[in-house]
Design a protein around this ligand. Structure first.
Ligand code: DP6
Length: 352
């Protein structure tokens, strides 16, 4: 697979147009942490696309005006984000040759709190890539929906790696692995639903907002620190290997195996941060308290409540949405909410 298939058509007719698109966030089960030039991941990853946490974006393209980008988040102008988008647009010109031939007004809104630390770059770049593909279609002619989605995933990846997985619903794989047919380092693909048992196709993700506000180290800096991390190669290898049990688990419904693998991935991600030079820790006291309480709860009740983490302090609590989760929900409200900063919890669900 090469980037050739994504090179943009030189024949286009531009005109002023407004498009609007929406894209959800995602949470990785096998994590992407470490990358090479041009946003090539160091290992394959798999994630659940969320249902409720979304970015809605309205993109106004004013044709034949000098190239510039103005962005607004929930109505407030965001100059830093606009600079990032300008750079991004310049970077992807070969894939959309019309892209620098106009002025942009980009208005975005997240359905989840801005300061929550929920990955808005995944849903944000996903929505922008979809808007760009909607414009591309009107300027260069229609393509098939599958082709358009694949190119949107390709373009989203160049904005933020994990964003390429947000273009698809359900379980989504990014990164070349022989375990998943058609997988690629350049874009994400759906994990085949026929190979996922129902129990994994109806899951809750309740995100405990342990720490709201800016992270001390950005994901981009964190990825960069993997370049000098002496454990990096072993970690990349392990992530590749983890696709083997993951496939088996999804097919057989091995919930215990799923829990072990997903929690191990989350803790490995944070262990990599601690073993970077300079080291950094994104978990907070509340993160650790929640993890220990989840482990105790599982030991006492045997109920399938477990966690994953992204590059931050928040805890994603995962548990099946099979109608038997009342006890889990009561436990979360009574015991875990107190470790959040402001009783903050975002209740999402993956149904596909
Ligand atoms: C820990 O996709 O945010 O969430 O490619 O630099 O934009 P950039 O990084 P980003 O990294 C996400 C890392 C992660 C794991 C994951 O989503 O797989």
């Amino acid at each position: 697979m090469t980037t050739q298939e994504f090179i943009g058509k030189e024949n286009f007719t531009i005109h002023t147009r407004t498009v609007s698109e929406s894209c959800p966030s995602n949470i990785a089960l096998i994590k992407y942490w470490g990358k090479y030039k041009d946003q090539i991941p160091a290992n394959p990853s798999i994630s659940y696309t969320l249902n409720h946490c979304k970015t809605n974006t309205v993109m106004e393209f004013i044709a034949d005006e000098p190239f510039s980008v103005q962005t607004f988040l929930a109505g407030n102008e965001e100059v830093k984000f606009a600079e990032k988008i300008e750079k991004y647009f310049k970077n992807i010109e070969q894939y959309l040759p019309w892209i620098l031939k106009g002025r942009y007004l980009v208005r975005t809104e997240n359905t989840f709190p801005h300061s929550s630390g929920i990955a808005s770059s995944a849903s944000g770049f996903g929505a922008i890539a979809k808007c760009l593909m909607a414009l591309d279609e009107t300027f260069t002619g229609k393509t098939s929906e599958e082709q358009s989605l694949r190119k949107a995933s390709f373009l989203a990846r160049l904005g933020s790696g994990s964003a390429c997985r947000s273009l698809y619903n359900g379980l989504v794989v990014w990164g070349d692995t022989e375990e998943v047919e058609g997988s690629s380092d350049l874009f994400a693909v759906r994990y085949p639903n026929a190979e996922i048992l129902d129990i994994f196709r109806n899951f809750n993700d309740w995100v405990l907002l342990i720490h709201e506000g800016q992270k001390s180290v950005s994901s981009t800096v964190g990825h960069g620190l993997m370049n000098t991390n002496p454990y990096a190669e072993r970690r990349f290898q392990e992530a590749r290997e983890n696709f083997v049990p993951m496939k088996e688990i999804l097919k057989t419904g091995d919930m215990e195996g799923f829990i072990r693998l997903v929690e191990h991935e989350a803790l490995t991600l944070h262990a990599m941060m601690m073993m970077s030079d300079p080291a950094f820790i994104l978990m907070k006291t509340g993160t650790l308290e929640v993890i220990n309480k989840v482990w105790d709860f599982r030991k006492e009740t045997g109920l399938p409540l477990f966690f994953t983490l992204d590059a931050g302090a928040n805890v994603h609590l995962l548990f099946p949405a099979d109608g038997s989760e009342e006890k889990v929900k009561t436990f979360i409200e009574a015991e875990l909410l107190q470790h959040t900063q402001k009783n903050g919890v975002v209740k999402d669900v993956m149904k596909f």
